[in-house]
Design a protein around this ligand. Sequence first.
Ligand code: UD1
Ligand code: CA
Length: 433
Amino acid sequence: METKALKSIILAAGKGTRMKSSLPKVLHEIFSKPLVGWVIDSVSKLPDVEENIIVIGHGAGLVEEYIAKNYANSSCVLQKEQLGTGHAASMAMDKLKDFKGLVLITCGDTPLIEADTLKSFVEFHNSNNSSLTVMTAEFDNPFGYGRILRDEKDNVAGIVEQKDATEAQKAIKEINTGIYLLDWVKIKDAFAELKNNNVQGEYYLTDIVKWSVSKGFKTLGFKIDDNREIFGINSRTNLQEASFMMKDKYLDKLMEEGVTIVDKNTTFISPETIIEADTTIYPNTYINGKNKIASCCKIGPMTHIRGNCDIEEGCKIGNFVELKNAKIAKKTNVCHLTYMGDAIVGSHVNIGAGTIFANYNSITKEKKVSKLEDNVSIGSNSVIVAPVHIGHDAFVAASSCITKDIEENSLALTRSPQKEFKDWVKTKKGENK
Ligand code: UD1
Ligand code: CA
């Protein structure tokens, strides 16, 4: 199939009043990534995406800063006054003046939309030679959504908003998800003709549908299977619900792929973390950001993995262990009460209980990396002050503070020798009588 150039518009100017926040709604986070970031990442996985245009308004400065810092393929346009979704999308007109491909329109507050669904949407549009395709969904309780109107031949005829709908229209269960794909050359003229003569006095983006039909352009609906994907966030409750939907969906997928999740309720794993089959995740584990965990590992209970970790097969990461930026080779054990940050650790290493990798200098604000070769053994309650290199098979005695490199096969210890005072207690007790 022929592929067409694609640009996307992401609507993100709304206020999000119900969030009761000083932060713009789309910067609220799930797994430490702003809502709009999840949308941009899904859209960016489509082949042939040339650019995302983010329509910003409330909290524009902060949103623009986030986009500029994180997304080279995205730029922002300002909607000074929020006059409706149609008005918002038309803010991208200048940037799209001479564009001849497809334009995908989505919202910045629906973080669960998946790249695969968007891919099917684009394929559906192209293979049916559609000029305008609306993504739809079917809800038992469609309250609040725009309803999809179809003619007697079942073709999409228009969209009517909840507030403008007749009783008969309110009974329609097929709704508008707010995601559209436009053949830009044909549909762009619709924007100049949008009117705000509706109950809300807004320029509705939804009106491009009946405009397209009236011009005789092929206008189709594409119904999605999983309604969770278009769940929009308007409140903190919705944010919490969306976090659970995202992680539950991913945990189900991991289980399908052969990962054991002992307790779905208390396990949080970001969909950006890859986990291979035959690994077991014990309860109360929180895995955030991008990580890779190979097969046959045991993680948890009560483990916190904070991102950029690469754990090879057969490792044990146990209770009250926190990992960040750690590369751990196969069959290494980090079983109890450890902080390991900025570390490269070999295979068959044993990290004793209560080991701390001191990676951060709070005065210079620098982080340094420590490297442990294969078969190293670190005794309990040790501190590894970065940067150090510990050679293979080296042995660190318990309660040592390691600040210098250790050669292979050496024993290192920094604690003071044990002293013993015979009958000291007896004498003390005698004195007190
Ligand atoms: C919109 C659709 C409705 C659909 C629903 C799906 C319209 C008129 N209605 O309704 O058919 O079922 O989405 O969730 O489009 N925004 C701006 N600038 C504006 C107004 C909105 O950027 O002036 C942004 C918002 O930040 C939000 C998105 O557009 O991300 C949708 O706006 P919202 O007000 O939530 O639209 P709905 O009334 O939910
Ligand atoms: Ca909405």
